[in-house]
Design a binder for this molecule. Structure first.
Ligand SMILES: Nc1ncnc2c1ncn2[C@@H]1O[C@H](COP(=O)(O)OP(=O)(O)OP(=O)(O)O)[C@@H](O)[C@H]1O
Ligand SMILES: [Mg+2]
Length: 473
């Protein structure tokens, strides 16, 4: 067992000698001739028990023990005194400054027992402290792991590839390559479903912080107070329900990355706190006075126009400059049609595998039809479509069918062929008084195809006889 360190303090040399002789077999005994000397020993050595004479010049024993609390708060304090009735002594005991007092002259054996008992309780106390700390560390670890599981593992996207060979996506990849190894703040912009979240993960898991946590928080998903506590943590008692100190995401992700989705939804108060993290790397838990330092990379995303938010005083411009050090815009899928076949194929493989389906390709017609659609939900919409198609398909090839969305005719980007086809259909409908079978016959297409074309071109048919073409914007 570990030998404890004892400190005995007395201005009388003989007493120090006696006490040393009493204890030196069992403990490492340090001595001091005055309070001042004792404090310097306490400062340098991990003393488990201090025993001091009450009557010393300059500093009394009680005064010394009071000061000792600051240096060694857990050390056992014993006073040796010939004056059992002094007021200072009683007060010191009442205040808990002293474990026990021993009157002079003492019995050697009794003193040994007293010290032994005191040190037993000291050991218990220290063991308790150690267990508490361990428990706390285990709790913290669990909480981190919990955050990790909650925010990350359930989404098995961690290592998902980013598909795309269009010029637009190649530009995105170039930008990512430039910034991935730096701690610089990145702002991802783009419509819903374009792959902002995917890209944020990609940057984390392929950059130097990959071994630390990646946590994401949607700033629009929680009311201000909850979001604040989620991001920054709180101190026990900071608000009703705060039953214990709690780490926030910024602390959990120390060394890693925090992804703030829908950053435009952050309230003014939280914008200020975020700015402080970006500027000084520090923040305060809710209800706490002291600052904490963290090192996190911040990636934000938005599908709103932040410039407009700034003009309307909903977003701080100083924060904007900090989060927007390195902007990356992901263009909508309709502006990179070349990626559609590739993405469709990627999704097909993914869902085919997931559903143990034998589907392994699309008919050519499907591929060209997919490229006619404008995908307001971008890649997410494409992915959902393909998922449904895989489930519905009964052969190994995905064919045309109800699962395909109605393409949208966009006069602005339509080809001359399309414009001619559209006018021809309208002309024939008028000529045949809206009779579909006649129009289809003249166009050389089936009635279902004609139906799809009518929808595509936005030609509304109230009755078979009344036709109106949607005005081009
Ligand atoms: N280039 C891509 N390659 C492969 N999968 C992609 C690509 N882009 C997006 N996806 C997939 O499309 C879906 C939507 O992407 P993601 O969630 O990243 O979009 P988002 O821009 O974050 O959307 P929101 O603004 O709604 O949060 C995800 O399943 C993602 O894996
Ligand atoms: Mg997202």
């Amino acid at each position: 067992m570990k030998r404890h360190k004892l400190l005995v303090v007395d201005d009388e040399k003989d007493i120090l000698r006696t006490l040393t002789l009493t204890f030196e077999d069992d403990y490492d005994v340090f001595t001091a001739r005055s309070g001042i000397e004792a404090l310097s020993v306490l400062e340098r050595h991990d003393i488990a028990l201090v025993m001091a004479d009450q009557r010393m010049p300059e500093m009394t024993g009680v005064e010394l023990l009071q000061k000792a609390i600051q240096l060694r708060p857990n050390a056992i304090r014993i006073i040796l005194t010939g004056y059992t009735d002094t007021a200072a002594l009683i007060q010191a005991i009442n205040k808990g400054h002293i474990y026990q007092y021993v009157t002079k002259p003492w019995d050697r054996q009794e003193l040994r027992v007293t010290v032994k008992r005191a040190l037993d309780s000291y050991e218990l106390y220290m063991e308790n402290e150690r267990l508490l700390l361990e428990l706390q560390a285990a709790n913290d670890r669990l909480r981190d792991e919990n955050t990790f599981i909650k925010k990350e593992l359930q989404k098995d996207l961690k290592f998902t590839e980013i598909i795309g060979h269009s010029a637009a996506m190649r530009r995105v990849f170039d930008l990512v390559k430039k910034v991935i190894d730096t701690p610089v703040a990145v702002l991802l912009t783009g419509e819903t479903g374009t792959g902002k979240t995917l890209l944020a993960r990609y940057i984390h898991y392929n950059g130097p912080r990959r071994d630390k946590l990646f946590v994401e928080q949607n700033c629009g998903a929680l009311p201000e107070a909850l979001l604040e506590s989620e991001l920054f943590g709180h101190k026990k008692g900071a608000f009703t329900g705060a039953v214990q100190d709690q780490k926030g995401l910024f602390e959990a992700a120390d060394g890693g990355t925090v992804f703030l989705d829908e950053i435009s939804e952050m309230s003014p108060l939280l914008q200020v706190k975020l700015l402080q993290i970006l500027q000084e790397g520090r923040f305060r838990r809710v209800g706490d006075n002291s600052y904490r330092q963290v090192d996190v990379r911040i990636i934000s995303a938005t599908n709103k126009d932040l410039d407009a938010e700034i003009r309307n005083n909903r977003f701080r411009s100083d924060l904007y400059y900090r989060i927007n050090v390195f902007p990356i815009h992901i263009p909508p899928l309709r502006e990179r049609l070349e990626d559609i076949p590739l993405l469709a194929d990627f999704c097909l493989q993914k869902y085919s595998k997931r559903f143990y389906s034998r589907v392994d390709g699309f008919s050519e017609e499907v591929v060209s039809e997919l490229s006619r659609y404008n995908f307001p939900g971008n890649v997410r919409e494409l992915e959902n479509l393909i998922e449904r198609a895989v489930l519905l398909s009964s052969s190994s090839l995905i064919e045309m069918g109800d699962w395909l969305p109605q393409p949208c005719y966009n006069p602005g980007v339509s080809s001359r062929m399309e414009q001619m086809e559209r006018s021809e259909i309208i002309r024939l409908l008028e000529m045949h008084h809206g009779k579909h079978h006649l129009v289809a016959r003249d166009m050389g297409m089936s009635r279902t195809t004609l139906w799809r074309r009518l929808k595509y071109y936005g030609i509304q048919i109230a009755e078979e006889s009344a036709i109106s073409g949607r005005a081009a914007p």
